[in-house]
Structure formats: C-alpha cells, structure tokens
Design a protein around this ligand. Structure first.
Ligand SMILES: [Zn+2]
Length: 112
C-alpha cells in the first residue's frame, strides 16, 4: 500500500496522472460547484482565470477521508468532494489568519 504521510509523498500523489484524471471526474460529477455551498443553496463555481489577474475562487477536490490516514481511499471517487477555497479551509480547520498567509504563498505546492 502506498503511503501519503510525508509532504513529498503527498506532492507526488497530487502530481500523478491518476489523481488528475480522478480529480477531473470529481469536478465533472459535482458540476464544477462547491458541494458545501450547494447544500446551503448557493452556487460557487470556479472563476475564469484572466491573464495578469489573480484568480479569486478556486475549487479544490477534497478527500473526505484524508489520504494520510486512509491511503486506500486516495483514488476512490466517492471519497472526493468539490469544495471552494473557503469551505476547504474550514474543513481543514484553518484559521482566517492562516488563509491569508496561504494566499500570500500564492497557492503553490500544497494546492490542487
Ligand atoms: Zn463553498
């Protein structure tokens, strides 16, 4: 069983072709909408990237059961949920301060 405990292992996973394919399937299944916003009656879709401008809303495909603890569910479509950045951060238990810090980091390596 492949493990996803370290940063490097996770990075490798999120760059894999298998993940990218499954991620696209999840987005499509979820109609490219944040599933948590949807439950609240709101529609949050990914914003269109304008060259030279920062993309404001970004959808994440989240593992309901984190791959760190449930590596066997890493590539299971039912374990995936499309979330907007806000809901993803709430789910991950990040504070607002940390969100701002993360934004400054330009959504690099840990984002998907
Ligand atoms: Zn949302």
């Amino acid at each position: 069983m492949t493990e996803y405990k370290t940063k490097a292992q996770k990075k490798k996973f999120y760059r894999s072709r298998e993940w990218e394919t499954l991620r696209q399937q999840a987005l499509k299944r979820d109609n490219y909408e944040c599933q948590h916003c949807k439950r609240g009656g709101e529609v949050t879709v990914d914003s269109i990237k304008t060259p030279g401008q920062r993309k404001e809303i970004m959808l994440n495909v989240d593992h309901k059961y984190p791959i760190e603890f449930y590596p066997q569910l890493a590539l299971v479509l039912d374990n995936l949920d499309t979330l907007c950045v806000k809901h993803h951060n709430i789910k991950e238990g990040r504070t607002f301060d940390k969100i701002l810090q993360a934004k400054k980091k330009k959504w690099d390596d840990e984002r998907w």
